[in-house]
Design a protein around this ligand. Sequence first.
Ligand code: ADP
Ligand code: MG
Length: 631
Amino acid sequence: MTTMTNTAEKFEFQAEVNQVLDLVIHSLYSNKEIFLRELISNASDACDKLRFEAIKNPELLGDELAIQVEFDAEAKTITITDNGIGMTRDEVISNIGTIANSGTKKYLQSIAKKDRDEANLIGQFGVGFYASFIVAEQVELRTRKAGEKEAVSWKSDGKNDFTLEPIDKAGHGTEIILHLREEEAEFADNYRLRSLIKKYSEHVAFPIKMLEVTYPEKDDEGNEIPAKTPEYEVVNDATALWKKAPADVSEDDYQAFYKQISNDFNEAAFWSHNHIEGTQSYSNLLYVPSKSPFNMFQNPEDREGLKLFIKRVFIMDAAKELLPNYLRFVKGVVDSNDLPLNVSRELLQDNPLLQKIKSGLVKRVLGMLKKKSLDNDVYGNFWQEFGDTLKEGVVEDFGNRDAVLKLLRFASTQNEDATENVSLDDYISRMQDPQDKIYYITGESYSAVKNSPHLELFKKKGVEVLLMHSRIDEWMMGHVQEYDGKKFQSVAKGKLDLGQDEESEKEPSEADKSFLEKVQKHLKDHVSEVTASTRLVDSASCLVMDEHAMAIHMQKLMEQAGQAMPGQLPALELNLDHPLVQHIEHIDNEDQFKQWSELLFEQALLAEGGQLKNPADHVSKMNRLMLDILK
Ligand code: ADP
Ligand code: MG
């Protein structure tokens, strides 16, 4: 419906627009500062569009494409000007007067079913032009389409209607004048506006300019010299670094940008920068820090550092939405060309476009790590800082399990020291017939696993064993069965099948059997069975857990953490060739035999990193037995 007043025409908003306006003003109140981001984003879009048009019509392009932000504290106005594409009168009516084409429409749809409280949350993510009315009681939009002569002014107080009026306007582009509400006058401030531009629009690829601040100076005689005429200066970085071709970005630029987005004092260790085109297009710049942050293991849910941009507009920190927990050390930027600008966090979580981006990013990160894994120094540092975090991926990311396993590094009996540099592929390449399993041991510390009696036979036979001594290892290994067709086998669990010497494979004699039973009788509260060991060479005894049971050091940790453990008893293996065991076999004194049996069990438990229920009893028992011998 239109009415004429002189040259100004009055239009009523569509009912939908009224609804949105109402919602915007009330529900976005706590995020009101986003109005500037929305208007700058529109100005930047308009510059993008003109740049695109100018490919066909170069004469459309005038001065450098730029955005200006000005303010008048007394008049309480803010003006955002661009020399982009501009709009014709009809375009103003359809773009601003209806919500058919605007991001606001999708916003409205997205909250149609939700209540105001949720709308408040969604408010962080942008609602387009109408955000102006959060802070302005009156908005004027003056625009001239590039290549056209007529210009038009659109005015509204955001209630029911707007007016259109032909105007004279010098250049093409759009000027938006916000008449601030009394209580929002604080926005008409140099510092406030600059910091909002820095915060939200730093990486808009067009220069955002503000007038420099000038102060009157005094000459030698103390007379005031009038301040010089202020000039425009660029407030933002004005380049979207991640949008550039990687070949055009220097190492220093990458490092400087890393520090800006990560708040990390250290340099990035390495990064991967890609422009993806295909069913959807997005850019990503993914950094791996050189140092693990002190809070790496706190609240993986709250992690930060991966920023989602949509068409160069910062949307939100979306580390959690963009990468799985086990890659939470990655920092950087993802910029989608396809996601809607007004997407909310809730909508992100089940957005199929985003799911695609997410799996693409995981592949990128794993690919980058694989490439870096060829460089021992770089990867060694990465492994030290983030290896344990990466291991979570073995459990968390079933789809990429093999890719993650390939990236893991372990200490090994092959090495002299605790260096973790053996990959599963290295291990497999060293396997000799008839070995068909990947042997490993988990334990509390490097020295505990390295000196474990379970390794004796492996050492003797020269079979490599991976030495796992990180807290996460036992949990991780509980979730994997095999790699590259080779089964994992803990050397401390289950039956060993190593192709042992014939002698050790022979059945124990009847005498041995009754000896083992006698030991078992005395230890029935501690062990499930007592058997002749096939894995010990130098030690007298060791404990062996069932294939699927939790390792003893883990049980201890769980107990310490207050988790009652189901009482699964280990088996005790005795080395029948060991002189001590042979000595015990011939003890007749029942009480002494019992004490020696307990000692064999307690030794095995200690060697495992287990804890004695009664250490003092162990000591007095040892002393008694030693005195017996000295007698
Ligand atoms: P969106 O940016 O998501 O489309 P907005 O509500 O921010 O939604 O803007 C609505 C439409 O108004 C834009 O799509 C654009 O066509 C037009 N528009 C807004 N601001 C400008 C501007 N500064 N220059 C040219 N067109 C603009
Ligand atoms: Mg917009």
